[in-house]
Each structure stands twice: as C-alpha cells, then as structure tokens.
Design a protein around this ligand. Structure first.
Ligand SMILES: NC(=O)c1ccc[n+]([C@@H]2O[C@H](COP(=O)([O-])OP(=O)(O)OC[C@H]3O[C@@H](n4cnc5c(N)ncnc54)[C@H](O)[C@@H]3O)[C@@H](O)[C@H]2O)c1
Length: 248
C-alpha cells in the first residue's frame, strides 16, 4: 500500500528544487498532486513527467503572494480531485542583507513570499480540510527559522515567522483534525543556491557537521512523513533535517 494513496496534495513552488522533489515522491506514493508555481512552464513539464510515469498531477500558475491566485489554485484542486488532504507550503525566495542594507521593497518581498504566502495558502485550504474532517499542512521553514546568521535579516525573520505561524495554526485547528508542522532543512542542493561560488559552496558544506549539504530527496522524505498518516500524533513541531548544523 502506497503511503498517500487516494490523497490530494497541493505543493507550492513545485516547479523545481525541493518542491519538485516533494511532488515526485508524493506522486510515487499515490497522491494526486497539484503543482503550483509562478513559473508555469516548469510545473507543466513536471506534470507531464509525473503523468507519463503513471501518476496524477495538474499544473497551476499561482503566485503565493496573491490571494485571488491562491484561491483559484485551491478551487482547481477541489474541482479536479474533490478535496485537499495535504498542503505543502514550500514556495520561498532568498534575500540577503542586514536591516541597514535591505531596502524596504526587498524586505517586503521576502516577507510576502516566505511568510504571507504561508498564511494565504493555509487560509484558503483550511476551510476545505475542516469540512472534510482533517488534513495535514507542512511548511518549509529552515535552520534559518531556528538560528541567526549574518547578513540574512529578512530571510531568517521570515523563516522564524513560519515556525510561529505553524505553532499557532496547529493549536487553532487541532480540534478540526488538521495537523500543521514545519521542516527545517539545512542547506539543500537546489537552484536556490545557484548564485554561490564554489568556495562559498565549500564553506556552506563545512558549516554542516556531516560535511555536506542535503539532497532534495532527503528533505522530501521528512515532508512525506509529516504529510502522511505515519505522523498521526505530530502537530506544531519544527523538524530539523540539518546534518547536525544546529547541534553545535
Ligand atoms: N535550498 C536551500 O538551501 C534551502 C534550505 C532551507 C530551506 N529552504 C526552503 O525550501 C523551499 C524551497 O526552496 P528551493 O531551495 O527548492 O528553491 P528554488 O529556488 O530551487 O525553488 C523555489 C520554487 O518556488 C517558486 N516560487 C518562487 N516565488 C514564488 C511565488 N511567489 N509563488 C509561487 N511559487 C514561487 C520558484 O519559481 C521555484 O520553482 C523555500 O521555502 C526555501 O526557503 C531551502
């Protein structure tokens, strides 16, 4: 028996990187996956790949910072598959700088995608989950949600905010049977890190006691655990997958 057989999942930022790895794994585990991203071409390609492999997937263009687009994303999921059992709030962007260096627009953009996006997607999915008797929401925070780092004020503030929001949503919706959890990965080998030079990548690897960064599939397996029934008594948690980064 596959672990997500009969379930419908919405994954934001599904076009590449961690979101694509989560979507592929969910489809292999039997879920119908609604692949949402600002980049429609990427999610269309992934939907074709998943369908060709025998899975079920639909590609949707949705910017998580826009409530009308988020609402339409959820409506497409419900119209097409009848329900939303799982939401993975994965879409996120980087943003460098101290508070002095960050422009107000830069701060607002990071907060809009990384934190407000989680609020908007959750807000639109939770009423459907409540009516259906439950569901599972997994939010992609980061070690940036647990510790600080120089020159990363907005990104770390947004990821700390995600963990706070996860805890509050877990409390608010526990009685409705909705579990809400966060994953906190260390650095993951995705296009998000594409701008880093090889010496910067070496430094990043060295910051993790395991001497390397994560493969997207390693994080996707933790998202699967939190999304599915194996974590039936887990809610409000922030699950570290960081190669020991925060153990130091
Ligand atoms: N890569 C890392 O080292 C790392 C570490 C910890 C946490 N994370 C988090 O993991 C998540 C996924 O990151 P990734 O590394 O796969 O990044 P990525 O840049 O490879 O992929 C992000 C995806 O999100 C999409 N996206 C961006 N803005 C969006 C918006 N407004 N609405 C909808 N989709 C949007 C992009 O088009 C892209 O497909 C992010 O929340 C990120 O903060 C990443």
């Amino acid at each position: 028996m596959r672990r997500l057989e009969g379930k419908t999942a919405v994954v934001t930022g599904a076009g590449r990187g961690l979101g694509a790895a989560v979507s592929r794994l969910f489809a292999r585990e039997g879920a119908a996956v609604v692949l949402a991203d600002v980049n429609l071409a990427d999610v269309r390609d992934l939907a074709e790949e998943i369908t060709a492999a025998g899975g079920a997937a639909a590609a949707v263009r949705a910017d998580v910072t826009s409530e009308p687009e988020v609402e339409s994303m959820v409506n497409i999921a419900v119209d097409r598959y009848g329900r939303v059992d799982i939401l993975v709030n994965n879409a996120g962007i980087a943003g460098n700088g101290s508070v002095v260096e960050l422009t107000e627009a830069g701060w607002d953009r990071v907060m809009a995608v990384n934190l407000k996006g989680v609020y908007l997607c959750s807000r639109n999915v939770i009423p459907h989950m409540t009516r259906a008797g439950g569901g599972s929401i997994v939010c992609v925070s980061s070690i940036a949600g647990v510790v600080g780092q120089k020159g990363q004020a907005a990104y770390h503030a947004s990821k700390h905010g995600v963990i706070g929001l996860v805890r509050c949503m877990a409390l608010d919706h526990a009685e409705a049977g909705i579990r809400v959890n966060a994953v906190c990965p260390g650095a993951v080998d995705t296009p998000l890190l594409a701008g880093l030079t090889e010496p910067q990548m070496d430094a990043l690897r060295a910051m993790h006691p395991m001497g390397r960064i994560a493969r997207p599939e390693e994080v996707a397996r933790a998202v699967l655990y939190l999304a599915g029934g194996e974590s039936s008594f887990v809610t409000g948690s922030a699950f570290l997958i960081d190669g020991g980064y925060t153990a130091m």
